[in-house]
Design a protein around this ligand. Structure first.
Ligand code: SME
Length: 157
């Protein structure tokens, strides 16, 4: 997809999501709404959803609201792309998941992905947003900046 078109869709998604979620503080409701709007808006989003930091287990993610095919239930910090984003608190943009050490193949059709840490207003990591694509190299700096901004606007204010 052309960068201009991507940017325009992200602007639309952000406007819609800010308006729909205004005044809502329930985190599962916010996550369900974000997954739905993003997956409907972008044709190249194949799996769109959240892995939450499990408050009952140290350094483990557990699947949260998502849209797409069956996702793995649990991912330890440091494992795969989601685990790397959780342990470093840095966005991971992966052009070819098969070349990523420890990648967890929940669905073998996934070829590229982006994972963005979700940090709340207190600066705590609460989840990661995971978006997978069946194409190689679907995600770039435009996706990274737009999704980081969106996570900040929805979950840290
Ligand atoms: N791709 C992720 C695992 C989660 S699923 O693909 C839904 C990873 O390697 O972290």
């Amino acid at each position: 997809m052309q960068t201009d078109q991507k940017k325009a869709l992200y602007e639309e998604a952000q406007k819609e999501l800010i308006s729909i979620t205004e005044g809502e503080t329930n985190v599962p409701a916010l996550m369900a709404t974000v997954s739905c709007v993003l997956s409907q808006k972008f044709d190249y989003y194949f799996w769109t959803g959240f892995y939450n930091v499990d408050p009952e287990k140290e350094n483990e993610l557990v699947v949260g609201p998502y849209q797409g095919t069956l996702g793995c239930l649990r991912i330890p910090f440091g494992r795969g792309v989601c685990g790397a984003a959780a342990s470093t608190r840095e966005t991971q943009v992966v052009a070819d998941v098969h070349a990523f050490p420890g990648h967890i193949a929940c669905d073998s059709r996934t070829n590229s992905e982006i994972v963005v840490p979700v940090i709340n207003a207190d600066g705590q990591l609460i989840a990661v947003l995971d978006v997978d694509s069946v194409e190689h190299n679907s995600f770039d700096q435009t996706d990274r900046i737009a999704l980081e901004t969106l996570m900040q606007r929805i979950f840290a204010q």
